[in-house]
Design a protein around this ligand. Structure first.
Ligand SMILES: [Zn+2]
Length: 239
């Protein structure tokens, strides 16, 4: 199960605190912005000291955002190692766990901005993020969230870029992270096990739960259904 905590203060202090708390992963959420309104892509920044897990996680996230929103993927297959000319590096470099700085969409791109400002757009971003955490950190644990720009002790009024149509990068990033926290707090739906039914005419007369990896075959000589490997546990008597 995941225990999601928002870290505040200056970026380095957030990372130190997450280290002390033994967080399994660290996410700082931003939105990108550029002078030209037509520029738009999904990208993840990882630290100059990033581990393979951080890089793979960042690539998976950027690619998934790209597919979900139909936007291109930026950087090198979705990631920029060490940030743009170092910008963003210090936001994640001091973590002792895999860490990513997310730049999923552009606040300056009108279509991206519409997604950022819509609840459904933010829910989809939260789903991609929660999926990525479940995929890369399946054992659960403390998840550290950091809202870009907001809650810095040294610059408490920073909210990042203005979003076309209204609002700020940091306030929308916070909403996405809150939605992701809610998703991660829910228990994952169990994969259904495999069930074999015995049917007589139209009527199911017996059912057996079997291991998903079993192979099932009919032995015509002995008139038997053979389940190879996996434990077969009858849960209803044959009539
Ligand atoms: Zn930012």
């Amino acid at each position: 199960m995941y225990d999601v905590v928002f870290y505040r203060g200056d970026y380095r202090d957030r990372q130190r605190q997450a280290n002390d708390d033994g967080a399994v992963c660290y996410v700082e959420h931003h939105f990108n912005s550029y002078a030209s309104a037509s520029v738009g892509y999904a990208v993840t920044i990882v630290g100059s000291n990033a581990s393979p897990t951080s890089k793979n996680w960042g690539r998976w996230y950027a690619r998934s955002v790209g597919e979900t929103f139909g936007v291109p993927v930026g950087g090198s297959e979705g990631i920029v190692v060490g940030g743009y000319n170092g910008r963003g590096d210090a936001n994640v470099r001091y973590t002792r766990m895999p860490a990513v700085l997310l730049e999923p969409l552009f606040a300056s791109h009108p279509q991206h901005a519409a997604s950022i400002r819509s609840e459904s757009g933010r829910r989809r971003l939260a789903e991609v993020l929660a999926d990525s955490i479940r995929r890369f950190f399946p054992d659960g644990g403390r998840v550290a969230f950091s809202v870009g720009h907001k809650y810095k002790a040294s610059n408490p009024h920073d909210r990042g870029a203005a979003v076309v149509g209204g609002g700020t990068e940091a306030d929308y990033a916070e909403l996405v992270l809150e939605a992701a926290r809610d998703l991660l707090g829910r228990p994952e739906v169990e994969e259904p096990a495999r069930r074999v039914l015995v049917q007589k005419g139209d009527e199911v007369v017996a059912s057996i739960w079997i291991d998903e990896d079993s192979t099932v075959r009919w032995d015509p000589v002995r008139d038997r259904l053979i389940i190879d490997e996996g434990a077969a546990v009858p849960d209803a008597p044959a009539s």
